[in-house]
Design a protein around this ligand. Sequence first.
Ligand SMILES: Nc1nc2c(ncn2[C@@H]2O[C@H](COP(=O)(O)OP(=O)(O)OP(=O)(O)O)[C@@H](O)[C@H]2O)c(=O)[nH]1
Ligand SMILES: [Mg+2]
Length: 261
Amino acid sequence: MRTLIAIPVYNEAATVESVLRTVRRHAGDVLVIDDGSTDDTAEIINRVRPELGLDLIRHEANAGYGRAMREAFARAHRGGYDWVITMDCDEQHEPGSIPAFIDAARQDDLDIVSGSRYLDPRFAADRPPEDRRTINKALTTEINARFGFELTDAFCGFKAHRVSAMRRLRLDDDGYAFPMQLWAEANAHGLRVGEIPVRLIYNDYNRTFGGGLDDPQVRLRHYREVLDAAIERSARLDAQTATRTVGTPGPCCGGPCPSES
Ligand SMILES: Nc1nc2c(ncn2[C@@H]2O[C@H](COP(=O)(O)OP(=O)(O)OP(=O)(O)O)[C@@H](O)[C@H]2O)c(=O)[nH]1
Ligand SMILES: [Mg+2]
């Protein structure tokens, strides 16, 4: 089972070196997606890259978290990896949990192993800002209600993804709402999703999303819009496929084919 670790990075000069050094202790193949950072992130990555043997995708201009995820899936596919584990670079995800994701993936009964900061109260090291918790709870409840999932954390960026399953999904969101599209497409393609507990770490209460998403109402509305659009699109595409199938005579089952009646 070949696994790639993929880390999206945007302005993480304070933590990028320690995260990459620690990850390297738990993983062989590491991809960094440096997305037009404007602080010292790029210089730091360039300095440690030869020693740590990192694979790198760099954008001159910021393209977004979702874009980075999609590029990680594509690079994992091209590299012939079976699984790609994504994790953040702000020290909210412990590299020491990577073996737990690999073990869960190795069970071979899931397509997405999602970290959850709310699955096991013993893992609740810190308290997230109220707006983060409220929005997470609201959307996680909605996603479970609509897809029949039993998630406890729909927003954790620490996940293991089966590369072949990701290939089947129609993903095109570039921003922070990417997880909404991922869950909708996972449902539409019947993927098996599950969770493992990860530590809830909150070390910087001044972090921002930017792009107007720091207003919780705006952010909630945006996530819902992306979720609704993904659900509506897959329903539309499924309907088109169904119509096409009805239109085209299928393999003859020996009985009178509908098209001939
Ligand atoms: N490639 C890329 N990575 C990004 C972008 N925005 C954020 N990231 C990275 O994605 C990860 C998650 O971003 P965060 O801003 O921490 O998102 P979050 O954890 O939901 O929000 P916080 O609760 O504020 O930490 C971090 O490693 C960021 O550096 C982006 O535009 N492009
Ligand atoms: Mg974070």
